[in-house]
Ligand binder design. Sequence first.
Ligand SMILES: [Zn+2]
Ligand SMILES: [Zn+2]
Length: 265
Amino acid sequence: MPPNLEIAVRLGCFAAVFTAMALWEWFAPRRRLTAGRWPRWPGNLGILAIDIIAVRLLVPTAAVGMALIAAAHGWGLFNLLAPPAWAAIVAGVVALDFVIYSQHVVFHHVPVLWRLHRMHHADLDIDVTTGVRFHPLEILLSLAIKMAAVLALGVPALAVLIFEVLLNATSMFNHSNVALPPRLEAIARWIVVTPQMHQVHHSIERAETDSNFGFNLPWWDRLFGTYRAKPTAGEQGMTIGLPIFRDVAELAIVRLLTQPFRKER
Ligand SMILES: [Zn+2]
Ligand SMILES: [Zn+2]
């Protein structure tokens, strides 16, 4: 795929899903926002801009480039086994989703990694912009992990691109302040991580924070016992965020960047 087309696909999907979710949550919000949009959006979107610049500057070829290198040299499991292209693409996307689930669990349980990841959790509300609010160091580290997985598995470049576009879209979807109709929600959460499912993960209660780690596929949580149907305090009553960093001043971009390096108070 020509690089310009690749960028157009990424940007087009991002813009379409962002706009759709922002409109949906504007007209039919699931919860009343506590901090609101104005104090949060500049910081969250500023972090997105920094993440994009950091990745483009430091690792311009990124995971797709790694997939092309692996394919050219015949490295990695799929390149050795040489399954049909469609099977390698499907298996590659599912495998990368399992990798990111596992990585997410590890980031919650290893203190130094939690320091990076907790910035995502410190948002006082969750909406479409929370889905792109990840510390640049976490983004770079997870890119390194993904590149290692792509190399070891020999994931096809197209599968990497599909996975990345999908992850970006589902992350914005499942952080959105929207609700599916109840009957659709019951079915949908067997297929994809829904906003109501991921809301539990943003609870201030640690046991609830440490549940529903999935981003795309909900199966890993069901399989490994980390699935939690709803928060104890109820969907409307639960508090979003962490016990630390509750000051509205923490929503400013400089504070977001320094959160990993500050002591818990
Ligand atoms: Zn998390
Ligand atoms: Zn989240």
